[in-house]
Design a protein around this ligand. Sequence first.
Ligand SMILES: [Zn+2]
Length: 336
Amino acid sequence: MTSLASAYPGIHFNSVTFTALEAGPRVIITGAVHGNEICGTAAIRRVIEEINGGLLTLKAGLVTFVPTTNPLAYAKGQRSGERNLNRNLYPNPEPKDFEDLVANWLCPLLAQHEVLLDLHSFHAMNEPFVMVGPADNDGPLQPFKHAAKEKALARQLGVQRFVDGWLATYARGVARRQQEAAQRKNNGESSSKSELLNTDVRYGVGTTEFMRSTGGYALTLECGQHKDPQAPHVAYRAIINALSFLGVLEQPKHAQPADQNAPIESLSIHEVIDKVHVEDSFSRTWGSFDQIKQGELIGTRHDGTPVVAAADSIIMFPDKGAQAGAEWFYLAQRNA
Ligand SMILES: [Zn+2]
């Protein structure tokens, strides 16, 4: 029997941990969870070099750096190796694909830490933003008690746009798909594999959601466009500011602390709209954060039914290549 691992010659996992003599917080910083999002990788490598070279000084606690969290996707220069690592992120005793192997290594590593900063980039030209978790709650989906600490850390990163509401919105989409799958079953119709995957609320769990499930807190920083030369600087500044704020690093002289009085634009994702048929199409090329007016045409279903905004909204993560039964786009609202 050949093992799954033997299918990936030359690929291995790598992390670097620096531990201060003083006790303190346990922080983990990840890059290239998506293999083509390499600004975090560059920034992490720079920080490792600067610690090794004595330019940066550990103060308390520890920090683990993972420069290339998905090494197969990174080697391919693609978002995924075999599937999106930032979904359905759980240890799997019977790994079926490369990302299951990553999860079996990464999840126990995340669980040894208290705080995660996960560094990403995005496709369209836009300003950087940070994804934060839910408010404190003891509900069944994502119980949490570190919202204040998480927001305080987010304010250090040097970006002005905050987005929340992702997992709760995702879960509502899953609940609707479960109803639709039950309906199909009642009608004697079958569901495709991707349709069934999308009815599992666990599928919405990525790095930050897993981190919160282990009692920690976590931020996803989207540092800019994939190839924006500024994105590695955004990532570097965020790492230095986060580690200085948490007391893991002595704040270096060259640090650029975030302006704590800068206005924050806060957005809440509240709705996910699925593609129903592969030929459902957008009315134009949408980018994340594009404004949509009430009544504006967003797209057209394959049978000609218009998809129209019920209220003034902001579109997020539009995916014209989405499969039938999967998320097509999200809608967000600006918080007052
Ligand atoms: Zn990403």
